[in-house]
Design a protein around this ligand. Structure first.
Ligand code: 5AD
Ligand code: SF4
Length: 460
C-alpha cells in the first residue's frame, strides 16, 4: 500500500492491441492529468503502473500476468539497490489493469491470489479511475469497475494525443455484431455513436493543432449512426474541416458498404482510397458459423464494385485460419477468394479460442496447431507474391506522399512517406519535414514497401 502523504501521483502506462486501445490511453491520460497526475516514460519512476490490455490475441493474458510479475520484480530490485539512499527510496507501485482483458477475465483478475494487482477498470469506466486509484491507495484493497455502459462515448473528454500527422478519433464504441470468434461485444459492450456535431468540434481543434490526417475509429466504424447521420454523411462532414487533408477509417464491416458510402470514398478527395474489408474466411459454411452475415459471392461482388467505383483503391483484409471444424477444402475457398481479390495487405491470424464467445461454447478448437501454421504460411506466401506484383506496378509512377515521423530506428536513415492508399514509401533523408506533402517518383519496390525520390514539394 502506498502512503498517501508521500504519494506523488506519477503514472506509467503501457498499451497493447488495437488503435482503439491507443486512443483509450489518450483518453485515460486526459482524465488523470486533470486530477494532477503526471505521466512518466520510465516504469521505475512511477507510483502507478497501468497496463491497457487487449483480449483478442492469443496468449494475451499470459503476457500480461508475466508483465505484472516483472513490474513487481523490477521494483523490488530497485528498492534493494536504493536501500541506503533515502533520497531515492520509493514505494512499491500500484498496478492497474485496464482495457478488454479487464472485462474478459474479470473473475480471474479479481480472484487470482498470485496476481498482485491493485485496481481494474473496463473500457467504459475510465472516468472512475481517479476514485479507484485513491480508494486502492487508501484501503489497500483491490478496487474495480467493470460496468459496461450503453451511453458512454467519452465525448466530453479531449484526449492527450501523441504528436504527429495523424490523430485517432473514436466515432463510435462497442459492437453489436457478435461474430462468434470475437470477444469485443462482451468486453466493450453495445455499439453507440457520438454526434456529428461533437466529432466535428473536435476535428476542428485537431486541425488547429496542426494534424493533417484524422483516422475515424469504431469497432464497426461504418455502421455509425447518430440518429440523423450515417457514416457517409459523417465522412462528408469531417472533410469540410479546413486543414485536415486526409481522412482514414477503421475497422469497417463488409456488410455496411452501401453505394452512398462507396460514392463518398470515390468522390471526396480527402477520403483516402484505402478500404479495409475483413474477409475472415472464404467458405460459406465457415462464414455462416462465424456469423459474418455475408457469403463468398457477396464479398467478391463487393470487391468488384469497389474496384469499379474506385479503380485506384487499395484493399486490405483480416483472415482467421483454423476456425473450428474448418476442413482443408474449406480453407481452399479462403485461398481462392484471396487470390481473386488481390488484397494490398492482409493480416492473417490463427484462430484462438476466446473466453465467453459463442464459438468457445459451441465449437471445440479442433484444428491442430500444425494445420493452422501451415495454412497461415500458405496465405502469407500468396499475399507476399500479390503485394510484390502490386507494388512493382507503381515503379515509375509519381505519387503524392504525406511525410510521417520515423517511428522505428530501422528507418532512422530514411524518411517515411505514405500514399493516400496507405503504402509506405521509403525516401532518402531530404529537405522535407514531417507533415509535408510532396510528390515522389517510385524507383523500386519490395513486397512491403516502395522506394522513391522527391520530385517537388506540394505544400506543408
Ligand atoms: N482468433 C483469431 N483472430 C481473431 N480476431 C478476432 N478474434 C479472433 C480470434 N478469436 C481477428 C479478426 C479481426 C482482427 C482484429 O482480429 O480477424 O478482424
Ligand atoms: Fe468483433 Fe465482429 Fe464486432 Fe469486429 S465486427 S469487433 S470481429 S464482433
Amino acid at each position: 500500500m502506498i502512503n498517501i502523504q508521500q504519494f506523488r501521483k506519477t503514472i506509467f502506462i503501457e498499451t497493447y492491441g488495437c488503435a482503439m486501445n491507443e486512443y483509450d490511453t489518450e483518453l485515460v491520460k486526459s482524465i488523470l492529468v486533470k486530477e494532477n497526475y503526471t505521466f512518466v516514460q520510465n516504469e521505475l519512476e512511477a507510483d502507478i503502473v497501468m497496463l491497457n490490455t487487449c483480449a483478442i490475441r492469443e496468449h494475451a493474458h499470459r503476457k500480461i500476468y508475466g508483465r505484472v510479475h516483472e513490474i513487481r520484480n523490477n521494483r523490488k530490485k530497485l528498492l534493494k539497490v536504493n536501500k541506503y539512499d533515502k533520497s531515492k527510496q520509493s514505494d512499491e507501485p500500484l498496478i492497474g489493469i485496464l482495457g478488454c482483458m479487464a472485462t474478459n477475465l474479470r473473475t480471474e483478475l479479481l480472484e487470482n491470489k498470485n496476481l498482485d494487482i491493485d485496481f481494474i477498470a473496463g473500457p467504459d469506466s475510465y472516468k472512475r479511475l481517479p476514485q479507484l486509484i485513491e480508494e486502492a491507495m487508501g484501503t489497500g484493497d483491490k478496487q474495480f469497475d467493470l460496468t459496461l455502459s450503453e451511453f458512454e462515448t467519452y465525448s466530453d473528454v479531449l484526449p492527450i494525443r501523441k504528436e504527429g500527422v495523424n490523430a485517432w478519433i473514436a466515432t463510435s464504441r462497442g459492437c453489436n455484431n457478435f461474430c462468434t470468434f470475437c470477444v469485443v461485444p462482451y468486453t466493450r459492450g453495445r455499439e453507440r455513436s457520438r454526434s456529428v456535431s461533437n466529432i466535428i468540434e473536435e476535428v476542428k481543434l485537431l486541425a488547429g493543432e496542426g494534424f493533417k490526417q484524422v483516422t475515424l475509429l469504431g469497432q464497426n466504424v461504418n455502421s455509425y449512426n447518430d440518429g440523423q447521420a450515417d457514416f457517409a454523411d459523417l465522412l462528408d462532414a469531417v472533410s469540410g474541416v479546413n486543414g485536415i487533408r486526409r481522412i482514414r477509417f477503421t475497422s469497417p464491416h463488409p456488410k455496411d458498404f452501401p453505394d452512398k458510402l462507396l460514392d463518398v470514398v470515390a468522390q471526396n478527395p480527402k477520403v483516402c482510397k484505402q478500404i479495409h474489408l475483413p474477409l475472415q474466411a472464404g467458405n460459406n459454411r465457415i462464414l455462416d458459423v462465424m456469423n459474418r452475415n455475408y457469403t463468398q459471392e457477396e464479398f467478391l461482388a463487393l470487391v468488384d464494385k469497389v474496384r469499379h467505383k474506385i479503380p485506384d483503391a487499395a484493399l486490405s483484409t483480416d483472415i482467421i485460419v483454423g476456425f473450428p471444424t474448418e476442413t482443408d477444402a474449406e480453407f481452399e475457398d479462403t485461398f481462392k477468394v484471396m487470390k481473386q481479390a488481390e488484397f494490398d495487405q492482409a493480416f492473417i491470424f490463427k484462430y484462438s479460442e476466446r473466453k465467453g464467445t459463442v464459438a468457445s461454447k459451441k465449437y471445440p478448437d479442433d484444428v491442430s496447431e500444425e494445420k493452422k501454421t501451415e495454412r497461415t504460411m500458405t496465405l502469407n506466401n500468396l499475399q507476399k507474391e500479390v503485394m510484390f506484383k502490386k507494388n512493382c506496378a507503381h515503379i515509375g509512377q509519381r505519387l503524392e506522399l504525406l511525410i510521417e515521423d520515423a517511428t522505428n530506428p530501422e528507418t532512422a536513415n530514411y524518411k517515411p512517406g505514405r500514399t493516400d492508399t496507405n503504402k509506405l514509401v521509403i525516401l532518402p533523408i531530404g529537405d522535407y519535414r514531417t507533415g509535408d506533402f510532396i510528390t515522389a517518383e517510385i524507383t523500386d519496390a519490395t513486397p512491403h514497401a516502395l522506394k522513391g525520390v522527391q520530385t517537388n514539394i506540394l505544400s506543408s
